[in-house]
Design a protein around this ligand. Structure first.
Ligand code: 4NP
Length: 154
């Protein structure tokens, strides 16, 4: 299983989702591959936002080695599942899809937690510490549900 987490900047939500899922799959011994990307290129090459690094660190997750990159259409070949954090990221990713098999790989991360609700992981960039903590709680619960769902599938 090759999983890509996608947000807008690849400096807040998707690096956390990558780090958290990687942490969980190592704990469980699952041979999955995890990466993340942003649909915007503004932050390419940058480490995660320092507020996200701090929030993750409190949960025992180290994001310091991650560097942002932009999502490209080649990612449809490289990954089996592409999880987007919000509707805007989904629109951006789907605009690069060439075929139905690409589109079928794309889903909202929170659909694992709340199926059919179309819920979003809110963008914390202009928010406060509590907003970052809320992102962590959502991503923690959703990655737990994702592992349960996908490990029963395969
Ligand atoms: P992310 O958060 O998409 O979770 O990485 C953002 C980071 C940067 C910006 C917006 C959202 N920005 O507008 O620069």
């Amino acid at each position: 299983m090759r999983i890509l987490m996608v947000c807008l900047g690849n400096i807040c939500r998707s690096p956390l989702a990558e780090g958290m899922l990687r942490h969980k799959i190592v704990e469980r011994g699952l041979p999955w591959e995890v990466d993340s990307a942003g649909t915007a290129k503004d932050h390419a090459g940058s480490p995660p936002d320092s507020r996200m690094i701090q929030t993750a660190r409190k949960a025992g997750i180290d994001l310091t080695s991650l560097r942002a990159r932009q999502f490209t259409s080649a990612d449809f070949q490289r990954f089996d599942r592409i999880y987007v954090m919000d509707h805007r990221n989904r629109d951006n990713v789907l605009s690069l899809a060439k075929q139905d098999s690409d589109r079928h790989k794309v889903a909202l991360l929170l659909n694992h937690l709340n199926p059919n609700e179309s819920a979003e992981v809110p963008d914390p960039y202009y928010g406060n510490t509590e907003d970052f903590q809320q992102v962590l709680a959502l991503v923690d619960a959703a990655t737990e549900a994702l592992i349960n769902d996908l490990s029963h599938e395969h």
